[in-house]
Design a protein around this ligand. Structure first.
Ligand SMILES: [Zn+2]
Length: 136
């Protein structure tokens, strides 16, 4: 889905999409792990599975070698979910490693499917990548 550039960003930042996650969806490097986390959330919300895959660390637990199958599983996940809200609880950077804790407010078939995750990010070649996460 092409999110309208002047609409509020689907990461719920309150900022227009064109000034929030769109540059990252178009290939700009995220300045912080938290910014990358937001862009991945909004990519799930928009069905931009390529962004999700391209920002996943190859050594991470979420990485799948079969991109076609991976893309299908992302699409299947996103299609049934309403991405109702996002709250960054904390984030920190220590050199080339970063951590973000967030609460994702999701609805699946009208039922609450929200979760809190502690994510780990690693910087590779100047770009932050999602490595892994622990769901609370
Ligand atoms: Zn955004």
């Amino acid at each position: 889905m092409n999110w309208p550039p002047n609409e509020e960003c689907p990461c719920h930042s309150g900022t227009k999409y064109k000034r929030c996650c769109r540059p990252l969806h178009r290939g700009s490097a995220a300045e912080t792990p938290a910014a990358l986390m937001r862009s991945r959330f909004s990519a799930f919300a928009c069905g931009l599975s390529r962004h999700v895959m391209d920002t996943t660390h190859p050594d991470g637990t979420a990485f799948e070698a079969d991109r076609a199958a991976w893309e299908r599983s992302i699409q299947t996940f996103s299609d049934g979910i309403e991405f109702a809200g996002l709250e960054i609880l904390s984030s920190d950077i220590d050199g080339d490693e970063g951590h973000v804790s967030f609460r994702a407010m999701l609805l699946h078939a009208g039922k609450d499917a929200s979760f809190t995750e502690h994510s780990r990010f690693l910087k590779e070649g100047g770009r932050w990548l999602y490595h892994s996460g622990t769901i609370e």
